[in-house]
Design a protein around this ligand. Sequence first.
Ligand code: HEM
Length: 339
Amino acid sequence: MPKKQLPDGWEPPVPAWQTEYPESVREIVFAYFGAQRPEGAKPGEFVSQLRASILGNHEPSFVTRATYVDATNFRNDVFIAYWPSLEAYEAWWRTSEFSSWWSADNRVSEGEGLWREIYSVRPQRFETLFSSRNPTGAAALGCPFGEPVREHNYWGGMRDRIADTTLANDSFEPSGEHTSASLSVEESRRQRIRVDLPDNICLIRSGQDFSQCGAQERSTYEDVVRPHLTAGMAFLRDNPIESGCLSCRLMDEVDLDGQFAAKSFGLAAFSSLAHLESWAKSHPSHLAIFESFFRMVEMREGKLDLRLWHEVLILDAQGSLCEYVNCHPNTGFLRWFRP
Ligand code: HEM
């Protein structure tokens, strides 16, 4: 078994928690459904269709909604849903009215573009980290948080928390270089396209929950930290070759009815775990986020109600399904992989 990077005798200066799953959990399904339209254009039916059938028979164990404007200036409405097994997701997809709506021929010729990026991932191939005992995302499907985790607060902690690093001696090497798919608008709009992902793409959802912050803490966050977060996410979005980041979306979370939830998250896919590690450890744009956070901790003398969390997934080709219907060519993985 390879050794972890955990320094000998390491005791993290602050506590953090990770999720554990019982052996009965073979995989978790992380499902992203989105719809895009030029910013300012009238929304189509996506939100009302999905809102009407996401809950009910075979519903996900956890679901949330978000919104963002992409680099092409399209507004995207997104639902993020988690199922405790592939069977559970497939049972929902088979029986929900949403899937019939999604699959209908008309969808390729309407005003909005639709995308879904669905990943089925074994617990041994993802990790979570929470600054407080308030689970969200995949952690909402795990065991209640136990003792704080030792593997954090040093560069390399993320890799150490992914079980297959040691269990399968896996270093999650990238499978080849990615060059732009260069689809034209004609090749992507009015089309229904599936793209196959290579193995070992690494996906991070890194969340900031300021819903519990008082007014003063919130304004410190907005002034001191948020500008660096926005800049870091724009850097990743706009510099794919330098960073190895294939797609980066900074989203505002909303509740299922669309009300702002005082939470945000960056959703970013990298060619490999090593690319994400390198950006986090060395790039000025993450270091600026990181340092601004510690400035905020100092300013507030350690008293924070801000909650930070993330989940990091190593995807595999077989467990991923990415479909783009009537989307612009810069959408998600459509930008990189030809159908
Ligand atoms: C690690 C701060 C946003 C990627 C960390 C750590 C802190 C931090 C304090 C060390 C965590 C630990 O091990 O205990 C922040 C803050 C953010 C933010 C305050 C936003 C306000 C992001 C975003 C991404 C990201 C949006 C990626 C899209 C990472 C990664 C690590 C990390 C990958 C782990 C590196 C490793 O263990 O090797 N960040 N971060 N962070 N951050 Fe950020």
